[in-house]
Design a protein. Structure first.
Length: 345
């Protein structure tokens, strides 16, 4: 296992890739959500139940799930085309409004009137999340909606440079939609990044990079992943039928297993973790956009890791800018230089 892969990515190379990433056309398909934040103060316990009473002082909306992946692509400067399902409801209108605010098109959204727009409402008091309220239907979308999604994928993929599949098990990614998306990407010869969940875990054969977290992989395989014996991971790669495996480990960083069998441990970059919400979306977006720009998989994984280090240092679901990613790279390499000068490396 190589611990030093990040040392090989120079600032000049990142800057060159960032310039190309800003011109990339990236299709994002999957489960879009609306994140709602209710922030306020609490000074007493409710007389009705042993819970705090929160006086809401501020309300804001944000993009979640596949929509957050698209927002992160836009933050890099790339053109993101979101293919997803919303309901014919006020939350759907709010999601469209957030897309516009992030300079994203809503032309590839499919409306299923009988289905509510998936939302997560977080109630925050004094900087601490008190409760999260999920409003959703996670049944598979209707056959008619499947057909509409396939048609929008056809339109969005015409000149795309990459496909990102964001699965939250909310019903948009049925086997038929997955098969359509993978087939279109295969015909265009573009990289495919998959952020999977349990239901369709083994439905993405041929993906360029498969990006589960450790719990998801262990749940799907029915076995513990022993990172002290990483030699078993290439076998997992073969079982999944994908080219590369990027296993995310939260505060422990990531492990990349490439199709040639090389295993690289990528340490987490965050100096301070404020909020991990949306970190996986950030990794997916930056990874896929870097691949669209021609980055090698190890390079794309390293850049995505820098972006995640920025995102978790912010409150709520957020994005990273190219300037912030470059700053993380510089700080990391400055630290390496000090360690070398001190004889510690």
């Amino acid at each position: 296992m190589s611990p030093t892969a990040e040392q090989r990515l120079s600032r000049d190379r990142i800057e060159a890739l960032l310039a190309k990433m800003a011109r990339a056309r990236v299709v994002v398909v999957g489960d879009a959500m609306l994140d709602i934040y209710l922030a306020g103060d609490t000074e007493r316990i409710s007389p009705e139940a042993p819970v705090p009473v929160v006086t809401v002082q501020k309300r804001r909306h944000a993009l979640g799930g596949a929509a957050n992946v698209a927002a992160n692509v836009a933050a890099v400067g790339g053109e993101a085309r979101l293919v997803a399902v919303i309901g014919d409801d006020p939350r759907g209108d709010s999601l469209r409004g957030e897309l516009v605010a992030h300079r994203l098109t809503d032309r590839h959204l499919v409306t299923e009137p009988a289905r509510p727009t998936t939302s997560k409402t977080r109630v925050v008091a004094r900087g601490q999340q008190v409760v999260r309220i999920d409003e959703e239907v996670d049944d598979p979308v209707s056959p008619r909606t499947e057909q509409s999604l396939a048609a929008e994928l056809e339109r969005a993929m015409v000149d795309a440079d990459a496909l990102l599949i964001e699965d939250y098990n909310k019903g948009a990614l049925t086997p038929a939609v997955i098969e359509c998306a993978m087939g279109l990407a295969r015909r265009r010869g573009v990289p495919v990044v998959v952020d999977p969940k349990f239901k369709n875990f083994f439905a993405y054969r041929g993906a360029s990079v498969f990006k589960p977290n450790r719990r998801e992989l262990e749940q799907a395989l029915g076995a513990t992943v022993d990172l002290q014996r990483p030699d078993a991971l290439p076998t997992t790669l073969q079982r999944l039928g994908v080219d590369n495996l990027l296993l995310t480990l939260g505060p422990d960083g990531m492990v990349l297993v490439t199709k040639d069998g090389e295993i690289t441990r990528i340490p987490a970059m965050a100096r301070e973790v404020f909020d991990v919400s949306g970190a996986g979306d950030t990794v997916t977006a930056w990874l896929g956009t870097a691949l669209a720009a021609g980055a090698a998989v190890p390079e794309a994984a390293q850049i995505a890791n820098y972006a995640a280090g920025v995102e978790v240092g912010k409150a709520g679901v957020a994005s990273a800018s190219p300037a912030e990613v470059l700053a993380v790279h510089d700080a990391y390499h400055d630290q390496l230089g000090r360690l070398r000068r001190g004889g510690l490396l």
